[in-house]
Design a protein around this ligand. Structure first.
Ligand code: ADP
Length: 783
């Protein structure tokens, strides 16, 4: 930077006038000019520019030695340079010479281009002319640029993205370290010899070039995405590439740009995209399903014969099903969105419209039966307000079920009941209201009279005793039903059938059978539904229709049963008669034979009498004329007496009585004895291979006593067990048919026991034996 020039010619002189001109010329020169004289470099001349650079005033420094003006430079290189110029009279020049000096009280670093020119003045003394220009600003700027460049490079090198520069042919001339590392390149490589295309994913190349050329042409920056190959792993990753075209005098010179790895973002995007796609597919499927469901709901709504419509709060129809449309002969599009009475003017001033308004007010409407003023049909309908989550009514759902058929069916049912002589009634114990069907009035003999019926009124035609019983039994059953309702929540109970006679206004008598149900509504309300049939007529009907076989069986059996004892009696009587008609010498009949014949006749007569009384009883039961002569008697005594009677004629069997328990009964003693005899004779009759019979008297459920007759005989099949108490029924087995009997003994026994408020039942196993049991209410003990 410092150059020494060849020495100045020593003949260089200032003439007096020259100096004047010289000073004048230089004082305003734009470069700094100063003249020093003598070995201590006394300042002889200084121009304004120099004063400004120095930050001094002329009067303060003129005629002073240089290093007195700048004592800080006394030990500097500059002092040596000055001495050299003076001593050797050689010119010195420097460029960008750095000087640290005080300017306006501050140490500054200044850079100067200067020339020191030694001249010999008129006094023979060497002067040094210094010509200098300060270039501090230039140098600083240059420094700054370099610093900036260095910073850019180091930043670029550290940047997590690639920073690159290309030339006008798009050949990369610079790429930062991050980029070099990625592509697996070395800093020392000659980038201009590299083919960059091999790093770009082949599918992307064309697009990338197109965008870059377009950008260069339009003087606009570009942004694109492309895949670049990792030089180390050989795998491609996605990059976001941004470039800015550069120009010099409008001529394109290349791009400067960055590339950012966006693989992770891309992958995340892909995942997101997949999710979105999946979700879209899901939604799509859901939509399809929903549509299907909607179609289904519509199909369901349309397939029902019920009428369904939904109204908004303005009574506008928002949905309506096919059935409803068909009734009024409208098309859906004609009524949807219209108010009810706009769509169907028939409905103005109708109950239906009133109900709709009420439902919109929040009331749920249910009409059990209502006759539409529009169609004339009978409907059961509901109008239900639909509410939002915050309980606001937004619509009303209306449904109507056409009950015309049901009502007609009811009519038919009534007629059927009439034909079948069946009647029904229901009773609400809380209000005591009784509803009689038409047929009920007929059965009770009220042909034209109609009146509100109460429970008492219904009982009027019964025998007071029966009426009392019916009432009591009904109350008991209702209490039981209520209990079961509380305990188990059951709501329907069978009311066991009961038979009772009634007396008609004309004095005639009928036997009725009632069987029904007790129904409890969820709030515990009771209603009793009862079917009453006129048994007599029914029995006749039955006989006509189905009991032909039973009847012919009965006739066969009856004629056989009656013929047997009569034939045998006839035999003995003839035997005795012949004995009486014998001649005296003929051998007389032995008294023993006569006795045994008479005993046989007596036995057969008893049997005949029993058969006949059974038949008589049967007819009494059928005509309701079986009368009971009730009295208080001891049950145990009756059992003992009956057993003794039986044993009198049946000595083969042993009958043991087990009775730790004893009690009195209020009832018909003879009839009760008849039941016992029936049980015992059956036990004997149907135990051909066993001779053991037991009778047990035990307390039964509260206030009841049970009497059981147990045998070890042939037993009874399950099938037969169910029917054994029916009239004329006899067990079906071959063996059983060989035993004599009418099949009415147990029927009569059941009648008698039931008329005493008792129960009758049997347990049996085929081949092992049977236990017949009856229970009776215990009478309070005699006082
Ligand atoms: P029957 O006069 O025919 O004995 P019942 O009415 O007394 O008529 O009995 C009906 C039927 O019940 C009988 O025909 C018989 O088949 C059956 N039966 C009754 N008691 C017994 C018994 N102790 N063991 C087996 N079968 C019996």
């Amino acid at each position: 930077m410092i150059q020494r020039s060849p020495s100045i010619p020593s003949n260089f002189l200032f003439a007096g006038s020259d100096i004047k001109n010289f000073f004048h010329l230089f004082s305003k020169a734009p470069v700094g000019i100063a003249i020093y004289t003598g070995p201590s470099f006394i300042l002889r001349f200084i121009n304004d520019t120099t004063l400004e650079v120095w930050g001094k005033k002329r009067e303060d420094i003129l005629a002073k030695p240089l290093f007195e003006i700048f004592p800080e430079l006394f030990h500097s290189d500059l002092a040596e340079i000055m001495n050299n110029v003076y001593k050797k009279a050689e010119r010195f020049s420097a460029k960008g010479y750095e000087v640290n000096f005080l300017r306006n009280g501050e140490t500054v670093t200044g850079y100067f281009d200067f020339i020191l020119e030694p001249v010999l003045n008129t006094d023979g003394i060497i002067d040094i002319i210094a010509i200098a220009s300060e270039i501090t600003e230039e140098i600083n700027n240059r420094k700054k640029i370099k610093e900036g460049e260095d910073r850019f490079r180091s930043l670029a090198n550290e940047a997590p993205l690639f920073v690159w520069v290309t030339n006008e042919n798009l050949q990369t001339t610079y790429i930062n370290k991050t980029g070099l590392d990625y592509f697996g390149l070395d800093e020392s490589m000659d980038l201009s010899a590299l083919s960059w295309k091999k790093f770009i994913y082949s599918d992307d190349i064309e697009r990338v070039l197109e965008i870059m050329f377009d950008s260069a042409k339009k003087h606009l920056p570009y942004t694109l995405e492309m895949r670049l190959k990792n030089g180390v792993t050989g795998k491609y990753r996605w990059f976001l590439d941004k470039g800015m075209p550069q120009y010099s005098n409008d001529k394109f010179t290349g791009f400067i740009g960055t590339s950012l790895d966006i693989q992770d973002r891309k992958e995340a995007e892909a995942i997101l995209e997949n999710r979105v796609m999946e979700r879209t597919r899901e939604l799509d499927n859901q939509n399809k399903l929903l549509k299907k469901q909607n179609d289904l709901v519509k199909k369901i709504l349309d397939s029902t014969r019920d009428l369904i419509a939904v109204y908004d709060t303005d009574t506008r129809i928002i949905a309506i099903n096919q059935s409803a449309l068909e009734i009024f002969g409208n098309k859906e599009e004609e009524v949807i969105g219209k108010k009810l009475i706009e769509a169907f003017p028939q409905f103005s001033n109708s109950k239906n419209n009133d109900d709709l308004v009420k439902a919109l007010d929040g009331e749920t409407i249910h009409n059990d039966i209502y006759q539409s003023s529009v169609t004339g049909e009978y409907y059961e309908n509901f109008l239900v307000p639909l509410r939002t989550d915050d309980n606001k009514i937004y619509a009303v759902l209306a449904m109507a079920h056409d009950n015309t058929n049901l009502i007609n069916k009811n009519k038919e049912l009534n007629e059927a009941q009439q034909i079948a002589q069946l009647a029904s009634w229901d009773w609400n114990p809380d209000t005591n209201e009784v509803n009689w069907s038409e047929q009920m009035y007929h059965i009770y003999g009220y042909e034209n009279e109609r009146f509100p019926v109460t429970f008492e009124k219904a009982l009027e035609r019964m025998i007071p005793e029966d009426a009392e019983k019916v009432k009591q039994r009904m109350n008991e059953k209702i209490a039981e039903a209520r209990q079961l309702f509380i305990e188990k929540g059951e709501t329907i109970f069978n009311n066991p059938s009961i038979e009772y006679p009634i007396f008609l206004p004309d004095g005639s008598k009928k036997i009725l059978r009632g069987a029904g149900k007790i129904i409890l509504s969820p709030d515990g309300k009771v209603s009793v539904l009862d079917i009453t049939e006129n048994i007599k007529q029914l029995e006749e009907l039955k006989k006509l229709n189905e009991s032909d076989k039973l009847k012919s069986d009965f006739i066969k059996m009856a004629s056989h049963e009656l013929k047997t004892p009569v034939t045998s009696i006839k035999g003995y009587v003839q035997l005795l008669l012949t004995a009486i008609n014998k001649d005296e010498d003929e051998k007389a009949l032995s008294p023993l034979l006569i006795k045994s014949s008479l005993i046989s006749i007596d036995k057969q007569t008893t049997r005949l009498t029993r058969l006949m009384s059974e038949l008589l009883d049967l007819s009494k039961i059928e005509t309701g004329k079986l009368e009971l002569n009730k009295e208080l008697f001891n049950l145990n005594e009756l059992v003992i007496e009956t057993v003794q009677d039986i044993l009198y004629t049946n000595s083969k069997h042993t009958i043991n009585i087990f009775h730790d328990f004893g009690c009195d009964i209020y009832g018909d003693k003879d009839r009760m004895g008849q039941v016992l005899i029936n049980f015992l004779t059956n036990a004997i009759k149907y135990s051909p291979y066993s001779d053991k019979i037991e009778i047990w008297i035990k307390p039964s459920t509260k206030n009841y006593v049970s009497v059981s007759v147990k045998d070890y005989g042939i037993g009874i099949d399950k099938e037969d067990r169910e029917k054994i108490f029916e009239r004329f029924y006899r067990a079906q087995g071959k063996e059983e048919q060989t035993f004599p009997g009418f099949g009415i003994g147990l029927f009569i026994a059941k009648e008698i026991i039931q008329r005493h408020e008792g129960t009758i039942h049997l347990e049996s196993e085929k081949g092992k034996g049977s236990v017949f049991t009856f229970t009776l209410p215990i009478a309070p003990p005699k006082k």
